[in-house]
Ligand binder design. Sequence first.
Ligand code: NAP
Length: 522
Amino acid sequence: MDARCSRIPDERRGSAVHYTAIVVGAGFGGIGMGVALKRAGIDDFLILEKENGVGGVWRDNIYPGCNCDVPSHLYSFSFAPYRDRRIRYPGQEQILNYLSGVAADEGLLPHLRVGCPVSAATYLEDQGYWEVITAAGLRLMADVVIFAVGQLHRPQLPEFPGEADFVGPTFHTARWDDRHDLRGLEVAVIGTGSSAAQILPTLAATAARVRVFQRTAHWVLPKPRKDFGHLARAVLALPGGHHLYRQALHYGADTVLAPVMWRGWSARPVEWLARWYLRHAISDPALRAAVTPDYPIGGKRIVLDSEYYPTLAYPHVELVTAPIAKMTKEGLETTDGAQHRADAVVYATGFKAPEFLVPMRVRGRRGVELAARWSEGASAFLGIAIPGFPNLFLLAGPNSFNSAGSNPAMKELQMQYILECLRWRDRVGAAAIEVTEAAMENYQQWLEQAIATTVWPPASSWYRHRSGRVTNPWPASARTYRRMLDSYGPESCFRAASRRRDIDMTEAAASSPPRYLLNDAG
Ligand code: NAP
């Protein structure tokens, strides 16, 4: 199957290039959405992927040691459950294979176009369709557009003075270049988040020296063993064992890890565990003090890794806490004047997560630019829909990242909600639907109150937009998210236009005004 972008015009030669739905992105969100559409009987859709294959972050992140900190029984689709009795945490390659397998098994390949970045999507008011333009200039039309581009795919690359002087290779963890052999070299790793923690042990195993540049210490929890033990294998072999394990993980994460985001006592047991682990893993008091965070646990995403701390204590691994002042020909210079030699520099500096849908240009009714609406930070009703943008939906949209559990599971809930919206649109005989401003405002008010109860606002992290607004994580449990999706369906929070050209949606079909959303979390 030739899935290249250039095949689109050929297959529709002689007819309008029009689809019921266009899904943008072929990671967990896009693949899952494709399956959901197909199973709902919608077969006339395309999945456009900017890179040359499916997989999203699991295709991008090929750095040594890359794996997932959520067990695959939970980090997989409920409709294609992970069923390995030996390995709890598969590596990047296995997760990518899983996702590619789902795409193939579910018959998505004919719908898939890779190497096909979308540059713009515009709602054509006079026709009531979305016009989607690819970077190669292809023009496609769709009733519905679903953006499933994820939050963690555009590398954040700091700019240090003197970068051009540095003679060695530099690369970001998500743009790993394996043409460079780092064995026996002195390597600088900038950053101490999840990616740094995962790459450090593998680098340290073969490099002559590794210097880790820490700007802020992250909270670290030990990660269970990669493989299942005998008892777990025996339990998984029982009828329903895999399903029970998945449910236990889901409710366990929601009950134990989700409360860590809230201010007050609820985070204490987990913070106590993190402090105990720190004392247990690092015996050098100076190193221990240097990696002890000075903000509440949960303020940034917790690193789950059992090898990071022990590796930091190796004699050829050095933690540098002075801020980086500049790059030099031979390495990095910190603000205390110290020179740190490096043959190669690895940027484990994260992603431009708060810049949703960038660099695509998205225009809704009356030509409103989504970028302008989001200039102070992105927001969307339940992370899924935006007033003024009819028939447009998001997966993994603003404030829908689950910092404590499974994001594929969050996306599955969103997919079901989107299908419910489409079914409602058909039921009321509408051509276009969009969430009302009133529903959005009520939701936003609830969201801001919920965020104010969390530990996130003060700490700087990829959870926050430069304006200071927390735009990425969901501020409650996954249970609450499910309940809110169930309670605030399209019939009460969306309006509908009965005719395609009814651009102002004055003939709203929404039966009742949105219900009040405050005090809904728990
Ligand atoms: P990250 O958590 O955003 O960490 C970036 C690190 O780079 C931070 O330590 C940050 O310091 C540092 N940094 C950024 N700019 C810097 C600068 N100019 N100078 C010095 N340090 C700088 O990024 P990440 O580790 O790539 O992880 C991002 C997210 O991806 C994770 O939170 C997680 O959700 C996901 N992830 C998941 C897995 C998994 O196992 N499922 C694995 C990897 C990543 P500050 O803290 O001071 O900003």
